[in-house]
Structure formats: C-alpha cells, structure tokens
Design a binder for this molecule. Structure first.
Ligand code: BMA
Length: 379
C-alpha cells in the first residue's frame, strides 16, 4: 500500500472508531427502557432530524375543524393552503378525566381516536396535551387552588380521584393502535406551562418539589402500573426563562423526560421582539437537549389571527434558523368561539398571511406530511 493510501485508510478507520465511540458513549434512547420499537425509532429519528436542522410543523386539532368548518373528512386548514397536511398533530384530553365523551373544546374522543389513526397512517407524529380539571375542586384546569397537588399525591385525600383520572387517560392512550395492532407512539405533554401561575399545577400553587413529584408519579403510574410503553414524555415550561438553571428548576430528571420544550405566544405587534425572545429561549433548550441527548421542541406557539402578513418567514423562520430542535406546534384554529372571541394560528385560504405560509412551507428546514412520510419516522 502506498503511504498516501495507508494514511487515508487509517484516517477512515479513526473516524469510524470515533463515531462508534460517540454512539456507544451516548446512545439515544427514550427514558422508558421498555419503550416499543416504534417509540424507540420515533425518538431516534427525531434526534436525527434535529441534528439536520430540520423541524416538523404541527397543528393542534388539525383534522377536526378549522376557521368556519367542522368535521369535514380529510380537511385541514394547513392542507387547504399548502396542499399538504402538517407533519405533527396535536390533540387534547381535557375532560376525559371526568368521564366526558367530548373534550373541553367539544371534540368527541371517538372522533379524536380516528383522527389520530389517520395521521399516524400517513406517517405523521402525534402529540397530546391535557388541560385536566382540578381534581381537588372539580373546577377547570385554570383553578390554581393552593394545596391541589399535595392533595392528589400519594397520601393526599384526593389521591384516589387522581389515580382514577389517570386510569381513564391510560385507557384512551391504550386504545390508540395502528394497522398491525401496534400502539401509536404519543409525545405526551401533561402539566404544561408549569412555570406560569394560571394552571393548578403552576408556580402559584405548586412548589418545585411538588411539581417534580407529580410528574414522576404520573410517569411511573402510566409506565410501571398501567404498562404503557408507547409514550415519550414532554417537559414543557412557559416562555421567558433566562438560562438553563431557570428552565430546569422544576425538571423531574432525565429518567422521566424525553422532550425539553416551552410554549411562547406573540401578543403584541412587536414581531421583531418576539422573534428575538423565541430565538433566545430556543437556544437555551437546544443546548440542554444536545448535552442530555434529548429532543428539543417548541410545544405551542402562535400569533392569534396572524395580523402580520410576513410573520412566517419574517418572524418564525429567522428565530428557528440553524437551531437544533425537532418540532413546533401551532395552536388551534378555533375560529369564532362561544365566548365571542376569535382565535386561529395558521392561515386559512384568503387569510393575509397565506402567501407567506406557502413560502414557509417551501423552506428547506420545515417538514410537512409529504416529506415526513418519505422519512418513515417509525422505522
Ligand atoms: C386555549 C384556548 C382555549 C382552549 C384551551 C385548551 O389556549 O384555545 O379555547 O379551550 O386552549 O385547548
């Protein structure tokens, strides 16, 4: 062998060795050591996706309704505008825990199960949140009554109530199956925006250690008692944390979490400020996710009614560019609501930001259904 050739062969061997060492030193695996094959594959493929600086685009309740329509088979506002479905579908369990057949936004759970199967069949990813009623007072999730979390943890006088609620959540999640009888993996996102004070699990009423106990209890109950192994657990703060320490203040630990995320909404017309803040928050989460071998994500975002015609490529895309994170979920297109307010977070046909959303769709880093389907994320 010539000297030059020997040199390049040994360089290749060295690179291969280093690669093996990296993989062995930090294997990417979900927190649940018994996670199903599809769940393990989803976890690994989302890590790979974020390493390529690409991210899935998601929409809450995408297949159930949009602005001025409800329950039209196959329809989605994202599809009306781009010709493609979102890659990630967000669904919500609130009121399942009290035995209701429809969720807090009137989506029947039977229909939801069908939509989840439809999205999964196309190769889409499913994420589920839970605005559960306060188990102590029976009021809504937005009832920050002191003592709630203590009362539902083991030893508390509402612990049995909470366990029964988790049984209902487990039963629904266990009813999500694909064509081969396999469980449909779910990015489960309970007790979200916990650094805000508006929910019963939030900072106003729940200490850091109570929050950690609640999260750990929930994971252990679903995983070890109910035997669910198709969940990836999402840790989800509100926005505006200053640094890693603040973001991790209530973190239950790597053994209980797969996704590090936050929620951030734009409320004023200061799009540039929002973009800067979003970029900063995501930077903190990205660093932590890389260091801990976790998935990073923006679990909810949006600018209701999108009054800024260039919001997608002017505000969102620049905040996300070059960051390693796997997905972003835009909140629901409720349209005109019973309480007389209007909310929607992706454009419908004719909405002023429609053209810009198509530009956003065409960016190399955004992944919608067609591109995701070709990736075979569960294999
Ligand atoms: C909020 C609003 C509410 C909804 C809740 C739970 O942000 O969209 O209308 O009930 O989320 O989905």
């Amino acid at each position: 062998m010539k000297r030059e050739k020997m040199k390049s062969v040994s360089l290749i061997l060295l690179a291969f060795g280093l690669l093996c060492f990296r993989v062995n030193a930090q294997p990417s695996a979900p927190s649940d050591k018994m996670a199903s094959t599809e769940t393990v594959n989803l976890f690994r493929n989302l890590i790979k996706l974020q390493q390529k600086n690409k991210y899935l685009i998601g929409h809450q309740d995408a297949l159930a309704y949009g602005v001025k329509w409800k329950y039209q088979p196959g329809r989605s506002d994202v599809k009306d505008v781009t010709g493609d479905y979102p890659a990630l579908y967000g669904w919500e369990l609130g009121h399942l825990e009290v035995g209701s057949t429809v969720n807090l936004d009137s989506v029947p759970f039977d229909k939801m199960r069908g939509f989840i199967r439809d999205g999964y069949k196309r190769g889409g990813v499913i994420t589920i949140s839970w605005h559960g009623n306060n188990p102590m007072t029976g009021k809504t999730a937005w009832d920050p009554e002191p003592g709630t979390v203590t009362s539902i943890l083991p030893g508390g006088n509402k612990h049995d109530v909470f366990r029964k609620q988790l049984d209902k959540v487990a039963a629904f999640l266990l009813s999500l199956k694909g064509a081969r009888g396999e469980y449909i993996p779910v990015l489960f996102r309970p007790f979200h925006e916990h650094t805000g004070g508006w929910f019963w699990w939030g900072i106003k009423t729940t200490s850091d250690s109570e929050y950690q106990k609640l999260f750990r209890f929930t994971v252990e109950y679903l995983r070890d008692v109910k035997g669910l192994h198709h969940l990836l657990y999402v840790y989800n703060t509100a926005s505006g944390f200053k640094n890693r320490e603040e973001f991790l203040k209530r973190y239950p630990g790597d053994e209980f979490v797969d996704v590090l995320s936050f929620d951030a909404y734009q409320f004023s017309n200061q799009s540039a400020d929002f973009s800067t803040a979003l970029k900063a928050d995501l930077g903190v989460v990205e660093d932590l996710a890389i260091a801990r071998n976790k998935i990073a994500a923006v679990a909810e975002t949006g600018y209701s009614k999108i009054p800024d015609a260039k919001w997608w490529t002017g505000t969102v895309a620049p905040a996300f560019r070059g960051r390693q994170f796997a997905f972003v979920l835009f909140w629901r297109n409720a349209g005109h609501k019973k309480d007389k307010t209007t909310e929607y977070y992706v454009p419908y046909k004719g909405q002023p930001s429609e053209i810009d959303f198509i530009r956003f769709y065409n960016l190399p880093e955004t992944v919608f259904q067609k591109e995701l389907g070709a990736m075979k994320i569960y294999r």
